[in-house]
Ligand binder design. Structure first.
Ligand code: URA
Length: 428
């Protein structure tokens, strides 16, 4: 087999065979195939796309490139969840305890923030003492005992994806649906996931801004799951504006705790409920969604998700403080009267990075105490001088650096906007 011939084959729009894909990925990981040939190949994939079988074969090759985690020691209905990334996306902090309180075994391996989007591990590390680095045995024991554990990525999972992602990042080939889908699914499958629920975001703050592209990404990931013998369901949810009102780290944990206690915000609660419904439907495709909702809401009313969250925190060595510290509060005010017509999630995410809540480089430390609290969201009425957002920043100078982004993020118009859909289809 010659790499050159396989590049030409893909360039000319033909499908690669599974053994050819395995040859390419293993050769690349072992350093036998140089970066420039792999760059040409991913560009060919970018333009020609990949068929269903090719995408499954690519995922399998990425899984085979490193360690895999065996979660067969976890007894019961295992469930894992993944989000394609968003702003103010604290869904896992609420959903995982909820699923555990409903009897699932929720094993969650999360990432750190990426670009303008936040990461669950960063948020959890704001809880004093909370360990996100449980070893495999501790992880499995805790899921069996408590019903859930939330940790960072462990082991050398899908190193082929890590290398390929680095190459895609600098060659303009990140935005390819088969490459994104195989990248995400390879890490989930290498991490031992059997039943997977996916939260695929669409809208301004999402990877896939158009809902049709997000749907295609969701369908591709579901197909990969099926092709590899996993049960997968995906929901589409809006990232047109940030989810909830809090964006940052500590501030998102505070909002998640309020939601766990049953206090909203409503959009966060709705996304969590849709994903929990999808989890029930994984087991029984004909599960009645309304009945499931009643079951979920009843559990929530009894305070079970909040109890479970505290149990998880304690099991992972954390101590919930009476109050989470936040940096100095500055007010960002409206310069006109009207309705919030748009609130750009991507700009708010970038603003949170300027404040220090996210990383500009991989090595950077994040600041848990800075962030944004959105006081006006799409559809809400605003008077000139009203506070649009409370900004928690280290000093006035940093607040001023964030201001140009904030000014662009809100669109205020005279007429009231139509509110776009929060939850799209469920894909299975
Ligand atoms: N997230 C991933 O893990 N991989 C991609 O390719 C894009 C987003």
């Amino acid at each position: 087999m010659q790499t050159y011939d396989l590049i030409i084959k893909k360039r000319d729009g033909h499908e690669l065979e599974p053994e050819e894909i395995e040859f390419l990925i293993s050769g690349y990981v072992q350093g036998k195939i140089p970066e420039y040939q792999m760059a040409a190949l991913v560009m060919a994939i970018y333009f020609q796309g990949m068929g269903k079988e090719e995408t499954v074969a690519l995922t399998r090759a990425l899984v085979n490139s490193g360690e895999t985690i065996d979660l067969s020691g976890i007894k019961g209905t295992k469930i894992d969840k993944h989000s394609t990334g968003g702003v103010g996306d604290k869904v896992s902090l609420v959903l995982i305890p909820l699923l555990a309180s409903l009897g699932f075994k929720a094993s969650k391996m999360s990432g750190r923030g990426l670009g303008h989007t936040g990461g669950t591990v960063d948020k959890l590390e704001g809880i004093p003492g909370f360990r996100t680095d449980l070893n495999k045995k501790e992880f499995i024991d805790q899921v069996n005992r408590v019903g859930a554990a939330m940790i960072g990525q462990t082991g050398n999972l899908a190193p082929g994806d890590k290398k390929l992602y680095g190459l895609r990042d600098v060659t303009g080939t990140v935005d390819s649906i088969p490459l994104i889908a195989s990248s995400i699914m390879s890490k989930k499958i290498a991490g031992g996931a059997e039943n997977i629920i996916l939260d695929v975001k669409f809208g301004k703050g999402a990877f896939m801004q158009e809902i049709d592209k997000a749907r295609f990404l969701a369908e591709t990931m579901v197909e990969i799951g099926k092709g590899m013998g996993r049960k997968v369901r995906a929901i589409l949810s809006s990232m047109e504006q940030p989810l909830g009102r809090a964006v940052g780290n500590n501030i998102e944990v505070i909002e998640a705790i309020n939601c766990l206690k049953g206090e909203g915000p409503e959009d966060l609660r709705e996304v969590v409920i849709s994903l929990a419904q999808a989890a029930f439907q994984l087991e029984h495709t004909d599960e009645n969604r309304e009945k499931t909702r009643e079951k979920i809401e009843a559990e929530w009313k009894k305070g079970k998700p909040w109890d479970k969250f505290q149990e998880i925190v304690q099991a992972q060595g954390g101590n919930l403080p009476p109050e989470f510290p936040l940096a100095t509060e500055f007010n960002f005010k409206a310069d006109r009267t009207g309705f919030v017509f748009g609130l750009d999630a991507r700009l708010i995410g970038r603003c949170s990075v300027v404040l220090g809540a996210g990383r500009k480089t991989k090595e950077e430390e994040i600041d848990h105490e800075v962030g944004i609290y959105l006081r006006k969201k799409i559809g809400e009425r605003v008077q000139k001088g009203d506070v649009l957002a409370s900004i928690y920043a280290r000093d006035q100078q940093i607040f001023q650096q964030a201001e140009p982004l904030l000014q662009k993020a809100w669109l205020i118009e005279k007429e009231k906007p139509e509110i776009g859909q929060l939850i799209g289809d469920t894909i299975y």
